[in-house]
Design a binder for this molecule. Sequence first.
Ligand code: SAH
Length: 326
Amino acid sequence: MQQGQPAFRAKQIFDWLYGKRVSSFDEMKNLPVPLRALLADHFVFHDLETLETSGSMGETRKFLFQLSDQELIETVIIPAPRRKKNTVCISGQVGCRFGCAFCASGQKGVVRNLTAGEIVGQVMEAAKELGGRPDNVVFMGIGEPFDNYDAVMKSVRILNHPDGLNIGARKITVSTCGVVPGIERFAEEGLQVELSVSLHAPNEQIRSSIMPVNETWPMAELMDACAAYTEKTNRIITFEYTLIKDLNDSVEQARELVQLLRRFPCRVNLIPLSPVEEFDGECPETETMQAFFQTLENAHINTTLRDSKGSKLKAACGQLRSRRID
Ligand code: SAH
């Protein structure tokens, strides 16, 4: 909308929206009344409607939001009480087209992309709940961020903007199941945003058996794209690796992973499998996961073994889906 307004108006509107978090143009008191009316004629506030909240203050909390067309998404607040840091895990799509075998989000395919407003809206709702902006934002909720590239990048810029939520770029993580063209584009953005890549397997065969995306962009291509990204940006990728009993959790497979990741500096985040109805895999024993972890550590790969927060709530990795909480 071209209106020939002075540039400072944009700053004022940004501040009302993201700083003061108002939900109508009428509340934007330092804007002339005609401008408020003009804005109201052209734009709407797509507030997310909170249908359900589970979990209590200070613990992992999950929100079920209804969008203006009645579609549902989930958002999770993950507190780290000792470090006093809150992470908000947000969704980028309703559903997901990639259908990883172990993930609940993609069991029914993708319904639609979220708009940048709906993506930022999740963080705004979390900010209201927390009484301030969250410390970290991760695109690890429902959907594949690089399948909704433009809206995701627009939302990243708003979240990061000093007049927006002012969340540091390094505090924002985009996670992809391995959409190679997305990684290539992301490398050109010139942003300090973190990139996570969901790998989950040490070789093509295992990856293809649980992640259909591997048929489109095989691991060989994916690793080339990751190497090019690292080279171009000087940024370190975190590889997500969900440990699944007797499938990808042996010490031998850990060694195979070490060989695969030798090419460039990276981190590995090991995630114990969260139970999902549609997948009959199990989480490995603790000792097995420790041995896997130790093998990577011994090879000097910076590794974390994530505890599966929110499992009771069905708010853990891969348990988010577009439906009411049961
Ligand atoms: N589509 C993106 C982001 C969403 S998933 C991606 O694939 O990266 C966030 C992380 O949780 C991914 O690494 C995903 O593979 C993992 N995940 C999915 N289902 C899981 C499950 N049942 N248990 C543990 N991790 C899971």
